[in-house]
Design a protein. Structure first.
Length: 163
């Protein structure tokens, strides 16, 4: 597999910065009730958009890694994230956990509020620790890739411009 270029690593880091902020914001919804979810359209939309942002950022990272290594990009978000486990970028269990979150995109688009609420409730509980582990693994991946390039550590997560 070909090594990633610095521009790929920078692109990954920008998305990881964005993802970290989004994951931290999940805490704002820990106390949300189903009643509030159903009745408060603004909070409901905020939560749903947050979930979509988390899923999209994780998937973007996966696609950047796959494309940069000249690997085929799978058709689904789920498969893109799972591939990170297959190629050894993530532990397969973590890749499977994060990939499972991608199913929420379809749930948000096609399910009734009560079904969406249960899926979102689970996401609020389960996503923060899994995504923190994803962030740490991807930051370690970038650090290792930079060493392979012989690049100086230079830019760390938090020092990059937004995407």
């Amino acid at each position: 597999m070909s090594p990633l270029k610095e521009e790929h690593l920078e692109s990954i880091l920008r998305r990881l910065d964005f993802l970290r902020t989004e994951v931290q914001d999940i805490a704002k919804f820990r106390t949300m009730t189903q009643r509030e979810y159903v009745s408060d359209r603004d909070r409901r939309r905020s939560l749903e958009r947050l979930v979509e942002n988390v899923i999209n950022a994780a998937t973007d990272v996966a696609k950047i890694v796959l494309a940069a290594r000249d690997l085929p990009i799978p058709e689904s978000y789920r498969q893109s994230v799972e591939q990170l486990g297959v190629i050894g970028v993530l532990e397969p269990t973590l890749a499977g956990t994060v990939a499972e979150f991608t199913r929420l995109r379809n749930v948000l688009a096609h399910q009734y509020l009560d079904i969406r609420w249960q899926s979102l409730r689970n996401f609020i509980r389960e996503a923060p620790p899994a995504m923190e582990e994803f962030l740490a693994a991807m930051e370690q991946f970038v650090s290792h890739a930079r060493r392979e390039l012989g690049a100086s550590p230079g830019t760390q997560t938090g020092d990059t411009k937004p995407c």
